[in-house]
Design a protein around this ligand. Structure first.
Ligand code: GDD
Ligand code: MN
Length: 364
């Protein structure tokens, strides 16, 4: 096959039933266009990759990137775009919620303008819409509100920065690819906030359809990841999504500690023991929350879960000593308790994060 003029990147996680449907639809829509399809699958337990392989046998147009020990929509899309052979890359979901016929409209816009960098499939233009049953009412309202807030905070000039449906000139994407974050669900928002002001963007309205087969992977964790992405962008990308999630969990630990210390104090009326209970409760809840949220793709299970807890206790205890040592030293220099205590806390957080990333939740 000669070099394709269009690459379609499709991230998949547990989409087995949708593969044949999307392949058929794309074949029909893209008839006459020299294209390739790149599925990026994170080792879905439902055997999505086996299903994709059935189609690979019959055509050289279909490719699979099979990722092991990794999870994440943003990272999957980035890898797909890296692997794309064509100059133009369309990104879309596998679940048929995105209207593939709009790929042709996107292509036309690119053929009319050689300076165009990105076309966004939008649910919020005059001719875009969300199908009645595509989202629960609560998710639809939430999605609209979050879109408005994100556009404002990140000064993004698009009606649908949270869209997962777009076509981009590979070269324009690659220019900022080093600064994109692989964790999270919203690669377009990340890309737009980094390069939105310097690139030329157009939009195509489409109807966001119902998901018929399989389930959405959006969850409370993906919402927290989006929140962390916004904070990360406010801090000019200097702090990673993962570290922000770790700090959010840390903040929740303060409440756990106060609550448990207070409760135990009511029972036994002895402060040091109550405080010790409070600290252990906070470390324990921090550990389980980090395992669930911050390190979701490296989540520890069964025996590893308890081994991990012990290493986390050890790391956090050393972190507490380091925190006290730094704070006391800075206090001896500045006599400012607030500043000293704050620096100690930051140091403790960085310590706990760094060491637990290396030892507790080591990547495979
Ligand atoms: N490789 C990989 N890894 N793919 C993933 C992962 C992952 O961890 N999580 C989700 N996907 C794939 C799904 O299989 C699907 O093809 C696509 O990414 C979108 O996931 P959905 O679970 O269907 O997301 P949604 O419908 O709730 O949200 C969609 O709509 C939003 C609003 O337009 C997504 O398209 C979002 O990207 C989009 O912003
Ligand atoms: Mn979907």
């Amino acid at each position: 096959m000669s070099n394709p003029s269009l690459s379609i990147v499709i991230p998949t996680y547990n989409e087995r039933e949708n593969i044949s449907k999307i392949v058929t639809r794309l074949k029909k829509t893209l008839k006459g266009i020299n294209h390739e399809i790149i599925f990026v699958d994170d080792n879905s337990p439902d055997g999505t990759s086996d299903e994709i392989k059935l189609f690979i046998k019959n055509t050289s147009r279909i490719n699979l990137i099979h990722r092991i020990g990794r999870r994440g929509l943003s990272g999957a899309v980035i890898e797909g775009i890296y692997a794309a052979k064509a100059e133009l890359v369309g990104v879309m979901d596998c679940d048929l919620q995105h209207d593939e016929s709009k790929l042709i409209d996107m292509l036309k816009l690119f053929s009319k303008s050689s300076s165009l960098d990105l076309v966004i499939g939008s649910r919020f233009t005059a001719d875009g819409e969300i199908s009645d049953n595509a989202f629960s009412k609560i998710r639809e309202i939430g999605s609209r509100i979050i879109t408005v807030i994100i556009k404002k905070i990140l000064s993004i000039n698009s009606t649908d920065p949270l869209s997962g449906f777009f076509m981009v000139r590979k070269e324009s994407f690659m220019k900022c690819s080093d600064n994109l974050q692989t964790q999270g669900f919203k690669i377009l928002a990340d890309f737009l906030s980094i390069s939105g002001k310097t690139i030329k963007i157009k939009e195509v309205g489409y109807k966001f359809n119902n998901r018929i087969l399989g389930e959405s992977k959006m969850s409370f964790v993906t919402i927290l990841e989006l929140f962390s992405l916004v904070i990360s962008q406010i801090l000019k990308g200097k702090v990673s999504i993962r570290f922000i999630l770790f700090c959010i969990v840390g903040l929740s630990g303060i409440f756990v500690q106060l609550l448990v210390t207070g409760l135990v104090l009511m029972l036994i009326n002895e402060f040091p023991t109550s405080q010790t209970f409070g600290i252990f409760a906070a470390m324990t809840s921090n550990y389980f929350l980090n395992n669930y949220i911050t390190f979701q793709e490296r989540r520890l299970k069964s025996l590893d879960l308890y081994r991990g807890l012990l290493s986390f206790y050890l790391i956090c205890s050393l972190g507490a000593f380091a925190n006290i040592a730094i704070a006391s030293y800075v206090f001896s220099l500045t006599s400012n308790w607030l500043f000293s205590s704050f620096l100690g806390a930051i140091f403790g957080a960085v310590w706990n994060f760094t060491l637990s990333s290396i030892f507790t939740w080591k990547s495979k």
